[in-house]
Design a protein around this ligand. Structure first.
Ligand SMILES: [Zn+2]
Length: 56
């Protein structure tokens, strides 16, 4: 008689997904440093234009 399924309903909200890339919209590996809010991929592309040097 116990219905614990209601608890699994909260799977929609994820703490990690609160921020997403402003460029491509992904939730993976968001960099908040330098107020970028971009994912690693977009950061690599944009960093060159912004003047950042590649990490070797
Ligand atoms: Zn991105």
């Amino acid at each position: 008689m116990s219905t614990k399924k209601d608890r699994t309903r909260q799977g929609k909200k994820m703490g990690k997904g609160s921020r997403r890339c402003i460029r491509c919209g992904t939730h993976q590996a968001i960099i908040r440093s330098y107020n970028l809010y971009m994912c690693r991929r977009c950061f690599r592309e944009t960093a060159v234009k912004l003047g950042f040097r590649k990490y070797q």
